[in-house]
Design a protein around this ligand. Structure first.
Ligand code: GDP
Ligand code: IMO
Ligand code: MG
Length: 429
């Protein structure tokens, strides 16, 4: 039986998935990105340097790991090129260890133009990486896949058709002249493709046929899932466990013996617009942002910050059927005298503990808080249970009691070795 571990964001992204995937990749053979694209920014401290991965699976920093980019991703070849070149400069030798699905869709320069234009009217604060438009084209059956790069004539026809559409939209709706050049787009695409053509595979079949152990590395988070998140303030893929089957081209049955773990910060953040019931808009929010270094890994935007929302975590536990949680950035709360945790919403006189679908309902919800005593002790880098302050243990217990799943690990700093297993017996092995 192949060992399978699924790592998912349990909030609005940036939970510290990259750090956790990097850490756990030590004992896995393959790491797989299966949805989203370069909107993701997964941070790892590698040999003392901060490395941010956008498209490649984070595990690739380990020389024994094979990294797969599956069909569910939308791939910007220019970003891929930059990322691979950058790794080379860092001394990471990836040749023969990275494979890309022939079914994956491409993010084209005109998708990024559209992303920008759509943001101009009623925008949601996207990363402007062309993700939404690339998925729009995919599901509108106008997308270009990696496999299409093998047929130049067909590729040219597809590009011409897409150009005509984007140009008409840009000019007709947004009054903007399209500045992307077809010939240049085509030649630059093919130039990069030639460099990495040898990596293209039927990745779904690789996963099906291998006996090697695998980590599925989710990007974004459950609350940004196009179906289960705060729609329309979401990304354009299923960034919860719902994206696993279509993202990999494997049946949900394939994942039935996997261990599902959700990564959550000890507080909450989100980048871009949309509902955020526990958001702290004043000084406390700024304090969390400063202490947590909460600035986007992809866009550098300041992240909105707030208290931990257990209604969100419970939603993530149910949607993903999580076996356990990993709580990151506990150390960021070290200096707070009091720590609040949201244990429900007060909504038009009613107390609810589930996450409502309607944005209108959500806007009327007020968080109900439980206040806990802070630990006022340094937890940064602690590795042993005995060093965990009793107040922090109470904090973890509240999370476990409310969500009904164990907190299996704590992360206590950005470095690889700054963590501790709370439930070593549940350690996925
Ligand atoms: P991801 O998108 O889920 O991989 O998360 P990001 O990399 O976008 O953001 C997480 C940030 O928190 C990064 O800067 C990490 O280096 C940092 N980080 C991760 N775990 C911890 C932790 O336990 N404590 C602290 N202080 N920082 C952490
Ligand atoms: P990782 O994997 C945090 C957010 C954007 C915006 C919304 C839609 O690093 O956790 P998109 O560009 O996807 O169309 O933007 O989703 N977003 C993220 N927020 N972490 C991410 O990825 C994100 N990827 C997208 O800020 O609100
Ligand atoms: Mg991130």
């Amino acid at each position: 039986m192949k060992r399978k571990l699924v790592i998912l964001g349990a909030q609005w992204g940036d939970e510290g998935k990259g750090k956790i995937v990097d850490l756990l990749s030590e004992s896995y053979d393959m790491v797989i990105r299966y949805q989203g694209g370069s909107n993701a920014g997964h941070t790892v401290i590698y040999k003392g340097k901060k490395v941010i991965l956008h498209l490649l699976p984070t595990g690739i920093l380990h020389p024994h790991v094979t990294g797969l980019i599956t069909q569910g991703m939308v791939v910007d070849l220019e970003v891929l090129d930059r990322e691979l070149e950058n790794l080379k400069k860092l001394g990471v030798e990836w040749k023969g260890r990275v494979f890309i699905s022939d079914r994956a869709h491409l993010v084209m320069p005109y998708h990024k133009v559209l992303d920008r234009l759509f943001e101009r009217r009623g925008g949601i604060g996207t990363t402007l990486r062309g993700i939404g438009p690339a998925y729009m084209f995919k599901f509108g059956r106008k997308g270009i896949r990696i496999a299409d790069l093998e047929d130049k004539e067909r590729l040219k026809d597809l590009l011409e058709e897409n150009f005509y559409f984007v140009k008409s939209l840009a000019e007709g709706v947004f009054g903007e002249t399209l500045t992307v050049n077809l010939e240049e787009t085509l030649s630059s695409l093919l130039r990069i493709y030639e460099k990495y053509r040898y990596m293209v595979r039927d990745v779904s079949r690789i996963l099906w046929e291998t006996d090697r152990s695998m980590i599925f590395e989710g990007a974004q988070g459950t609350m940004l899932d196009v179906d289960m998140g705060t729609y329309p303030f979401v990304t354009s893929s299923n960034s919860s466990a719902l994206g696993l089957a279509n993202g990999t081209g494997l049946s949900p049955k394939f994942f039935s013996d996997a261990y599902f773990v959700g990564v959550a910060k000890a507080y909450t953040t989100r980048v871009g617009g949309g509902p955020f019931p526990t958001e702290l808009k004043g000084e406390e929010g700024e304090r969390l942002r400063d202490l947590g270094g909460e600035f986007g890994s992809t866009t550098g935007r300041p992240r909105r910050c707030g208290w931990l929302d257990l209604v969100v975590l419970k939603h993530a536990v149910r949607v993903n059927q999580l076996d356990g949680l990993i709580i990151t950035k506990l150390d960021v709360l070290d200096s707070f005298e009091e720590i609040k945790v949201c244990v429900g919403y007060e909504c038009e006189g009613e107390r609810i503990e589930h996450f409502p679908a309607s944005i209108t309902t959500l806007e009327r919800c007020r968080p109900v808080y439980e206040t806990l005593k802070g630990w006022l002790r340094n937890t940064k880098g602690i590795r042993n249970m005995k060093d965990l302050p009793p107040e922090a243990k109470d904090y973890i217990k509240l999370i476990e009691d409310f969500t009904g799943v164990p907190v299996v690990m704590l992360s206590t700093g950005p470095e690889r070795e700054e963590y501790l297993w709370l439930r070593p017996e549940l350690r996925p092995s």
